[in-house]
Design a protein around this ligand. Structure first.
Ligand code: ADP
Length: 198
């Protein structure tokens, strides 16, 4: 059995990945790797990478694979003693998923499970518009950008369910309900997977 717990927390924009990550990190002592957060930090610091990423993020398109893979790699290298990682918003394409497997296989610490939060589109739009009103995130304030992000997810990211299913790692999680109930479902799924591995 692998001692590290590496979770891909998966789902469309607005599914609750960031919120739920906080609770899983606390419970299992994991390091959070969110490509969205890493990109927003680059934008805040006005780096060349941030400036390039901002244009794409503002329209709901994906940032190039090599950019996000490089950022994840750096963060993983900086946290080699972690108990495990929670990948939030990454991978988002087949190429990213393959690069991630390669990085983890080199360290003999594969993905433990992919937990996919499932939420209907109309609820996603409602949640994101609500978040935009509070957080100031511009990509959450325009319904056409939100719809484009969901469409990008369906086209490029949702197929990764097959990628992880083929490895026997896909677990669908009902993402509707109150926050703690959903955390409970995620924890139960992690415990089930770990018990199966023992
Ligand atoms: P959400 O899940 O609400 O879309 P994120 O913070 O995960 O929020 O992502 C915001 C934006 O950052 C995405 O719309 C995309 O432009 C960019 N982005 C984040 N992660 C990736 C990734 N893994 N690959 C490409 N682009 C990404």
């Amino acid at each position: 059995m692998s001692e590290k717990l590496n979770i891909v927390l998966f789902g469309p924009p607005g599914a609750g990945k960031g919120t739920q990550s906080t609770f899983l990190i606390e419970r299992y002592g994991l390091v959070h790797l969110s490509t969205g957060d890493l990109l927003r930090a680059e934008i805040k610091d006005e780096t060349p990478l941030g400036l390039q990423a901002k244009e794409l993020m503002d329209t709901g398109e994906l940032v190039p694979d090599h950019v996000v893979v490089g950022m994840i790699k750096n963060k993983m290298e900086a946290n080699l003693d972690a108990k495990g990682f929670i990948f939030d918003g990454f991978p988002r394409t087949q190429e990213q998923a393959e690069a991630l497997d390669e990085m983890l296989n080199m360290k003999s610490t594969p993905i433990t499970t992919m937990l996919a939060l499932e939420v209907p589109e109309e609820e996603l739009v409602k949640r994101l518009l609500g978040r935009g009103a509070d957080s100031g995130r511009t990509d959450d304030q325009d319904e056409s950008v939100i719809r484009n992000r969901i469409a990008t997810y369906e086209e490029k990211t949702a197929p990764l369910k097959e990628f992880y299913s083929a490895q026997g790692k896909f677990v669908g999680i009902d993402g509707m309900g109150d926050r703690a109930t959903i955390t409970g479902r995620l924890v139960e799924a992690v415990e089930t997977v770990r018990a199966e591995q023992d």
